[in-house]
Design a protein around this ligand. Structure first.
Ligand code: G
Ligand code: G
Ligand code: MN
Ligand code: NA
Length: 254
């Protein structure tokens, strides 16, 4: 209960923070975008990882307010970058399945974009496979609508969910993000490489781009390049950075 009121307070008082991790083109090593990752530091409890407070927020219903906070503040940051430079990359945000499934999700997203005057071409929506479970016409319409508006859609943590693959051809998805657990195993023998190669070739057969998550070593990077993985994200290039740090490190690549 204390946790809930503290989190509610953090949303209201704007003490949540967004960090950004670059997504890099594996061939050219150029910045192609970044992922916004939420951070929460409570004065008494200290830093609380999203792996703890996001599931909690999903249980107590705060996830809708958190998701809107993330969307609005990402848009405000994009606006700031646009005013500083010729900004032409996309920022990805993580959206909880519970939030995404709300009937007015698109309407409220569009309202945030209008209020902040940020174009959908600057935003990517990251959804986990969980969002794609039990897909129905309503979900297909929602994703089609987002695409028509100019947003792009990425499937996050690909390969770890329990949903079938059927949704991949039903939805106009742009990108698959290979989960970090596959990258960790990439040089642990034949089967590690085989899994990653299979995911990449599935993605390419469906005309999707691939982002490898959690790339930490040049060995991993070389293997991913060999299998034509387009983009990489991970500590090899940079950990998630706050806006000031991110700007000073990458602004010349916007
Ligand atoms: O940065 P990392 O430890 O920070 O993130 C851990 C997990 O928390 C990831 O699975 C990530 O998708 C999730 N996460 C991070 N930021 C957000 C956010 O803004 N919204 C949601 N729904 N999940 C997030
Ligand atoms: O949304 P998603 O589940 O993809 O969140 C990405 C998570 O992975 C975040 O917690 C982020 O901080 C973390 N992360 C990003 N790059 C690396 C990496 O190279 N190694 C490890 N161990 N974690 C990473
Ligand atoms: Mn993500
Ligand atoms: Na992920």
């Amino acid at each position: 209960l204390i946790f809930e009121s503290k989190l509610r307070h953090a949303i209201k008082e704007n003490t949540l923070e967004l960090h950004y991790q670059p997504k890099i083109d594996a061939k050219t090593e150029k910045l192609i975008g970044m992922e916004a990752l939420l951070r929460w530091r409570d004065p008494e409890l200290g830093q609380i990882p999203p792996s703890e407070f996001i599931p909690f927020a999903e249980e107590c219903g705060l996830i809708h307010d958190i998701g809107e906070w993330v969307l609005r503040n990402t848009a405000l940051q994009i606006k700031e970058w646009e005013q500083q430079s010729d900004f032409n990359v996309r920022v990805a945000v993580n959206i909880s399945p519970l939030h995404f499934k709300k009937v007015d999700f698109v309407e409220r997203l569009v309202k945030i974009m209008d209020e902040t005057k940020v174009r959908p071409e600057h935003l990517e929506i990251e959804l986990t496979e969980m969002s794609m479970m039990d897909y129905n016409e309503e979900l297909i319409n929602k994703i089609n609508e987002l695409k028509k508006l100019g947003f792009t859609i990425a499937i996050d943590d690909f390969g770890t969910g329990y949903s079938s693959l059927g949704y991949l051809k039903e939805f106009p998805i742009d990108t698959l993000k290979i989960d970090r657990t596959f990258i960790v195993n990439i040089n642990q023998g034949e089967s590690g490489i085989a899994m990653v190669a299979a995911i990449i070739s599935l993605a390419h057969a469906l005309k999707l781009k691939v982002v490898a998550e959690g790339v930490e070593t040049d060995v991993e990077l070389e293997i991913l390049k060999r299998y034509n993985c387009e983009y990489v994200q991970g500590y090899y290039y940079s950990k998630p950075l706050n806006a000031t740090e991110f700007t000073s490190k990458f602004q010349n690549e916007f």
